[in-house]
Write a protein that binds this ligand. Sequence first.
Ligand code: CAO
Length: 248
Amino acid sequence: MTDESKTAADAPHDDFGPVGYQPLSRIQLIGGARLQAAWSRIPHVTHFDEADVTALEAGRKRRNESQSATRLTLLTWVARACVDALREHPRFCASLDEEGRRVMLKRYLNLGIAVDTPMGLVVAVVHGADKLSLDELGAAIAGLAERGRLGKLKPTELEGTCFTISSLGGLGGTGFTPIINPPDVAILGVSPARIRPEWIAGAVEPRLILPLSLSYDHRVISGADAARFCTHLRQQLADGCGITPSIA
Ligand code: CAO
């Protein structure tokens, strides 16, 4: 670079004041390289939608209060709705081959769950998510999240995903555009549900609305596919995936 082409941005940062350095963790280095590759190689589009989870949340709270079973978070139902939507829309449970000429449809269903840990972000994998009951699915996610935070995930619990959920629902924000986790072709971002006034059957009602953002590989999935997938998710969540007790 010649002197003439240098800009203020090229000046060493410590010209302006003291700086400190923090090394990236091994997880951040490995994860960062994967994210960089995914971001630059995959043509991402993010589709936004919202689900009315008023009834589901009321049913979830009743269930958690009345049963001695494990506490289930809203994410469990989101995961269950994804399992159902993936069965109906198999192109979302797929990978693109190396040459980018064939879509490999997977006949198994492993769900990746992004977990925030002190060492960085990891994607823990619920193997055979379609074979689990709602309670088993919730317990599997909670167990993986716990082991992830303690740095105790086994290598097999970090591989084999078909589709990933990245939930910031317990943390904050109004929406975000998640980066696809290869070899997946789509990822669902979930943001915190909030109560807001909705116009329903001629009257304004307070409803709990859950923001969803689905990033997909546009080589494999079209905008119409994404809209249909999210419509399926919305419908599943609106009726509690048909498995929330007393959901009215
Ligand atoms: N809206 C409103 N409330 C939500 C919610 C949502 N979308 N999602 C979860 N909640 C609620 C839960 O139901 C729970 O409520 P109760 O206390 O009443 O039971 C509460 O928030 C706390 O949930 P949680 O955070 O303990 O558990 P979870 O199952 O929702 O999430 C996990 C687990 C592993 C996804 C989360 O701990 C985590 O690590 N999230 C960060 C993931 C991340 O960093 N993603 C960004 C990656 S960049 O693409």
